[in-house]
Design a protein around this ligand. Structure first.
Ligand SMILES: NC(=O)c1ccc[n+]([C@@H]2O[C@H](COP(=O)([O-])OP(=O)(O)OC[C@H]3O[C@@H](n4cnc5c(N)ncnc54)[C@H](OP(=O)(O)O)[C@@H]3O)[C@@H](O)[C@H]2O)c1
Length: 230
């Protein structure tokens, strides 16, 4: 008997790493549920090989109404819920205005974590995984250069809330939580001078998702599986 395909939800899939994660998991035989913010971004996803196994939704992670609508539309249990959406934000905490600073925290921290809490009831108990796209820049221990300080703070705060979520809401159900650094990747955010391409990053991330299934832990790892210091 062939095993049923696994289901992964990927939030923030219009371009860059999110789009790459959809392509990679379709190629690996998953049923994929993907989200974008704008309907015009659906065409590229629908053109991917394996798109007959793809379902699309629209959500802005900073909208409580969008979160509620998405969660109400989900039916299949999720083997993996992957919250990839994120923004880089302003360089300096001093020169940015308060609204801009708040927007980064809504997009990288509060939106993703509130969405994660709302999704938990749909993630498979014991073997399921909730993954956040974090960044090595969220590591306080490995920050030796400063710079991108607002982005760093947002990913550190996301890591902190991911730990609290794991302890209080995921661990009791055996759900694994991963905070993943994708490498420095050539995307709109990473820029053309970054270390690796999207295909290399998402293949590594997919391998790590598979390797950590059922780990029932909260880990901060990169796309190669290297453990990152908090
Ligand atoms: N590239 C790197 O080197 C690198 C390194 C470490 C971590 N990361 C993290 O990896 C993730 C993806 O980055 P990327 O490099 O692929 O960046 P990207 O090309 O700029 O893509 C960002 C994605 O996030 C979506 N998004 C942004 N704000 C959103 C919101 N409020 N609601 C829903 N979706 C939203 C974007 O949708 P729209 O198209 O609608 O804007 C887009 O799909 C981010 O969390 C980023 O922090 C990237």
């Amino acid at each position: 008997m062939t095993a049923a395909p696994q289901t992964i939800l990927i939030v923030g899939a219009s371009r860059g790493l999110g789009l790459g994660l959809v392509a990679e998991h379709l190629a690996r035989g998953f049923d994929v549920i993907a989200t974008v913010r704008k309907p015009e971004d659906e065409a590229g996803l629908k053109a991917l090989p394996g798109a007959e196994r793809l379902t699309l939704h629209q959500i802005d992670v900073t909208s409580d109404a969008d979160i509620a609508r998405l969660v109400a539309q989900l039916s299949a249990p999720l083997d993996i819920a992957f919250i990839n959406a994120g923004v880089s934000g302003p360089k300096s905490v001093v020169s940015a205005d308060a609204d801009t600073l708040n927007q980064v925290m809504q997009a990288n921290v509060f939106g993703p974590v509130r969405l994660a809490h709302a999704l938990l009831g749909h993630v498979r108990e014991q073997t399921g995984t909730l993954a956040f796209m974090s960044s090595i820049m969220g590591s306080i221990a490995e920050n030796e250069s400063g710079g991108m300080e607002v982005y760093r703070a947002s990913k550190a705060a996301q890591n902190s809330l991911a730990r609290s979520l794991w302890l209080t809401a995921a661990r009791p159900f055996g759900i694994t939580v991963l905070s993943i650094h994708p490498g420095w990747v050539r995307t709109d955010m990473g820029g053309s001078g970054a270390d690796i391409d999207v295909a290399t990053s998402v293949a590594g991330i997919a391998d790590q998702l598979a390797a950590n299934a059922g780990a029932q832990a909260h880990r901060f790892i990169d796309y190669t599986g290297r453990e990152i210091a908090w």
